[in-house]
Design a protein around this ligand. Sequence first.
Ligand SMILES: Cc1cc2nc3c(=O)[nH]c(=O)nc-3n(C[C@H](O)[C@H](O)[C@H](O)COP(=O)(O)OP(=O)(O)OC[C@H]3O[C@@H](n4cnc5c(N)ncnc54)[C@H](O)[C@@H]3O)c2cc1C
Length: 339
Amino acid sequence: MKIQTNFNLKNHNTFGINAVADRFVTMESPDDYEDLMRSGLLHDGPFLVLGAGSNVILPDHYHGTVVHPVHRNIRQIVVDRNCNFIEASAGTPWSFFVDYCIANEWYGLENLAGIPGTVGAAPVQNVGAYGIEAKDVIESVHYFDLLTGQQCWIKNDACQFGYRHSIFKTELANRVIVDRVRFHLAKGFTPQLGYKALAAAVDQRGVVAPTARQVADTVVALRNSKLPDPASIGSAGSFFKNPVVPSGKYHELRLQFPDVVAFPVGDGKEVKLAAGWLIEHCGWKGRSMGNVGVYDKQALVLVNRGGCTGSEVRQLAQAIINDVKNKFDVALDCEAIFV
Ligand SMILES: Cc1cc2nc3c(=O)[nH]c(=O)nc-3n(C[C@H](O)[C@H](O)[C@H](O)COP(=O)(O)OP(=O)(O)OC[C@H]3O[C@@H](n4cnc5c(N)ncnc54)[C@H](O)[C@@H]3O)c2cc1C
């Protein structure tokens, strides 16, 4: 493992916040976990596990230790009659992993193509896009418990996966490092086109039976048309979760706002409202507050207009939350994580 002090994190978060950490520990192999435990660093203030920093809003100064797993590996564990079991290390870039699986004819990840970040963070937020979530393909997760020194496999059904949620954000938050994730991937390809916009985009390509690569390419093209590229505009992707409300509340809203955008969830008792629509209809799309703003192509995304700080992001997020509450009586929740 490599320890650096007073480390600048600007290139380690996609929002591009110019943050500094007291210590930055690069974990190059799973053997480093024991060295980290023995080092005593974790008793010297708080610690933060940082992947690619694509879902975090950092403070100007992190007074603690940032632990950054970079070990990459993808291997096939077992092939059973119906599926392949594939294991990937925490530091493997998610996008690379998806492409690698498609190239090897291991299927199920196509709709999750192009999501920034690392494999180790995917179970934490239960990443999702175009009708698929990581929980649909994760078999189990291996982690190191930095409080007890133990390592453990946790099965999918014990991970408490929900909408951008898992046990790694509650009971296991601030105490474990996910070190590798095991996936069950199908042997044959079945396109998952339940998400209307994806089905329409595939259709537009004029292919009747799309390949996994074609579906993934369509997903990436759709993403690029809506989301800023972190290489040129700092962001954390969708900043807010789409709020889930009782269907009664949705019908009430529709009386006043007939074009409110929503999607049914579960057994129809609840509805997911499009947070971007709510924010846009509070007049925030394209507006700025200090050095942070609301993306002009998608109101769900907050962007760095140049040199923004974590507290500026927090202020804008709070102003938006307040306006949505006042106008629609709906509580917005952040998807991005404030450190
Ligand atoms: C342009 C853009 C588009 C995006 N699109 C999507 C999308 O479509 N769907 C979606 O779900 N998300 C999306 N995101 C959010 C983000 O890509 C995901 O949440 C991703 O999984 C974060 O990975 P990361 O490695 O960058 O994690 P980080 O941002 O570094 O960390 C996120 C959280 O996970 C924890 N963590 C990270 N690694 C580990 C580990 N090994 N062990 C334990 N905890 C860990 C961190 O402590 C933190 O709490 C997008 C982000 C951007 C910038």
